[in-house]
Design a protein. Structure first.
Length: 279
């Protein structure tokens, strides 16, 4: 997950989801929630309160990169360094995993949504065309790329003329989309290189052998694995079902639950809540 912007709506959605998966015999399930590396304590508390209020008995907070690694089929219990980059809509998390935990990790709130916003700005600046973020996302999926591709891809962008206010469409190319998302992509690449620079030497050697794994919806951006390989000299691969790895991994994470520090039972959590209110 990213962060909860609308608490009541999130609680209602979670309540509906739990109602679908629970039976008459399971009324208070245990729930695993994946969280990004740099969420604040307040944001963590929002996750826990929303899930408990929705009907959960036990909440386990799983680091997003660990969940992604498990969902990608990586064995996170191995005593060696494995690097994973999970790129979603709101954040990109890069971690070096070893022995069921994060040895080195960092996060940046520049991801798919930031690229959509960059495309919106690019279209207005170059063509005087106002497009929605939904249109920008469709362009990113259809012809977006981290490096120029051959043959050049094209797509029609429809929006409103910034001068006349009338509907208009223009044809844009994959090279233009590569230029449009250049700045957010450079920020993400900086994060990956930063994590590699602070990785202990004994784990860095393992990463050279094991390679870098990409997960998340943004992992499907054309030519991004090649860009990472050129920048780092390390093999990069996209996980199967990359956009679903975090969800799949969170579901499988219960067997590692004892390794995560943030595990909350309904009783103890309610007790801490009453303590905070009293104090």
């Amino acid at each position: 997950m990213g962060v909860i912007a609308e608490y009541e709506l999130a609680e209602q959605l979670l309540r509906l989801c739990l109602a679908k998966v629970c039976s008459a015999r399971i009324t208070k399930p245990c729930v695993a929630v994946s969280v990004a590396e740099k969420v604040t304590e307040v944001e963590r508390r929002s996750f826990i309160e929303a899930v408990v209020s929705a009907g959960a008995r036990r909440v386990t907070l799983v680091p997003e990169t660990v969940a992604a690694a498990i969902g990608a089929g990586m064995d996170v219990s191995l005593p060696l360094g494995q690097m994973i980059v999970n790129a979603g809509g709101g954040t990109v998390d890069a971690s070096v995993l070893s022995l069921k935990g994060e040895a080195v990790s960092s996060s940046i709130r520049v991801a798919g949504q930031a690229m959509d916003e960059a495309i919106v700005r690019y279209m207005r600046t170059k063509y005087g065309l106002i497009v929605s973020e939904q249109t920008a996302e469709r362009l990113k999926i259809a012809i977006g790329c981290a490096l120029p591709v051959e043959p050049v891809l094209t797509a029609v962008a429809k929006g409103r003329d910034a001068v006349t206010g009338l509907p208009r469409g223009v044809t844009v190319t994959s090279d233009e989309m590569c230029e449009a998302i250049g700045e957010p992509l450079r920020n993400i690449m900086g994060l990956i290189q930063q994590v590699l620079e602070i990785t202990p030497p004994e784990l860095a050697g393992d990463i050279v052998t094991q390679g870098i794994w990409l997960t998340g919806g943004l992992a499907q951006l054309r030519q991004w694995p090649l860009l990472i390989e050129r920048a780092t000299g390390i093999t990069c691969r996209v996980a199967e079902n990359a956009s679903r790895c975090v969800a799949l991994g969170a579901a499988k994470a219960f067997k590692y639950a004892s390794s995560f520090s943030a595990v909350y039972d309904l009783g103890s959590f309610a007790y801490r809540l009453s303590d905070n209110v009293t104090n």
